[in-house]
Design a protein around this ligand. Structure first.
Ligand code: BYC
Length: 340
């Protein structure tokens, strides 16, 4: 008889029927335990994870572009060093996430191919241009701020490798948000022209940052199932509300305003009300019609093609190392032992 404390204790997976495997999976989810790569899982759970995790990885990699664009134009050496470190962190986040997604059996090349052929999505926010230095502040404060709200609950995602990769990512995102805040604070307390630059950046990024959380709950086909599987812990609208509640006092502290005339504290709900977002624009952007979709994708394709020689060299190096290790193995094998 199986105890309810350890649903894995029953017997090895190959002794169980399909029904028992499903029961064991359900019991692990119900007990808030993690699903690991070697566990049986329903195909739809696997597919949902690959979809979300690869989209997340692509977002980190494409998300390097708007900021990478400002590294050479950062206003000081210190700002440049900080921005470079942030963009490198994003490359790292993409790599952890691709590695975590690979544990589900989808090779990285396949995920790259889906991105470059335009079949895979990445976050809508990165299809907007970064027009001024102040945009580095708005991206850090609003975009990384939204990412933190969305991603902290993902540290508890039911799939082990995803949840664990999110822990470090969230720590780094907190630093990113602080650097964005600090850029905006400096500009907002500078000359009137600098303050205007900061306000203009916030005006442009506010709506798209709120849209990062995804469509409204009644138009979100994946949310309910993902929440039942404990991949997502909160709905898109719940997280969006949490974000709005967080940034309103922060905007006041920055001395900047948020571009929404309907933003108002609702005593009854204990939350800020906010105006309707432009969902036609959002769906247009995720279908590929945002201001920078083509440019972002082409840049990624060019970078991938230009990196061909690096991949070839790395593969050749790995082959040589393997050959050398195999030779060393043979050389040290005891006399008379079987040659491999
Ligand atoms: N953009 O049923 P729904 C970062 C798609 S990068 C584009 O609600 P779900 C950073 C959605 O994929 C952080 N597409 O979906 C990097 C679905 O389409 P498919 C990126 C979106 O999965 C550099 C359809 O709309 N964060 O922080 O339940 C510099 C219906 O949506 C978007 C993540 O990736 C969107 N905004 O929920 C700075 C977080 N929203 O796949 C910062 C992980 C929705 O059915 N992902 N769609 O064709 C998630 O938490 C969830 O996947 C989402 C969407 C909340 C985004």
């Amino acid at each position: 008889m199986t105890t309810t404390h350890d649903p894995r204790a029953a017997s090895s997976a190959d002794e169980l029927t399909a029904e028992q495997l499903q029961e064991r999976f359900d019991a692990l989810i119900a007990a808030d335990q993690r699903i690991e790569p070697t566990d049986w899982m329903p195909e739809d759970y696997r597919r949902t994870l690959v979809r979300q995790m690869s989209q997340h990885a692509h977002s980190e990699i494409i998300g390097m572009q708007p900021e990478g664009n400002w590294i050479t134009r950062a206003p000081s050496l210190k700002r440049k060093a900080i921005l470079m470190a942030k963009v490198q962190d994003e490359a790292g986040h993409g790599l952890y996430l691709y590695s975590a997604a690979e544990t589900l059996g989808t090779p990285r090349d396949e995920m790259f191919e889906q991105l470059m052929s335009g079949r895979a999505k990445y976050s809508s926010i990165f299809n907007y241009p970064a027009r001024s230095w102040a945009d580095m502040g708005a991206i850090g404060w609003l975009v990384d701020g939204a990412a933190i709200c969305n991603q902290v609950p993902l540290c508890r995602a039911s799939y082990g490798p995803y949840g664990r990769s999110m822990v470090r990512i969230c720590k780094e995102e907190s630093f990113h948000q602080r650097q964005g805040w600090e850029i905006l604070y400096t500009l907002s307390h500078g000359t009137p022209k600098q303050k205007q630059m900061a306000q203009d950046a916030v005006n442009r990024f506010y709506g798209p940052a709120l849209q990062m959380f995804g469509p409204p709950d009644d138009q979100s086909p994946n949310s309910q199932q993902s929440m039942d599987w404990k991949i997502k812990r909160f709905s898109n609208d719940e997280l969006r509300q949490r974000f709005v509640d967080m940034i309103v006092p922060q905007a006041e502290a920055l001395g900047l305003t948020l571009p929404d005339p309907d933003l108002a504290w609702n005593e009854e709900r204990g939350h800020y009300d906010y105006g309707e977002l432009d969902w036609d624009e959002f769906f247009g952007v995720i279908k590929g019609h945002g201001p920078c979709n083509q440019q972002r994708l082409q840049h990624r394709i060019d970078a991938h093609e230009n990196g061909e020689w690096v991949r070839e060299a790395a593969a050749e190096y790995a082959r040589k190392m393997q050959e050398r290790a195999a030779r060393a193995d043979t050389d040290t094998a005891p006399a008379g032992s079987e040659q491999r």
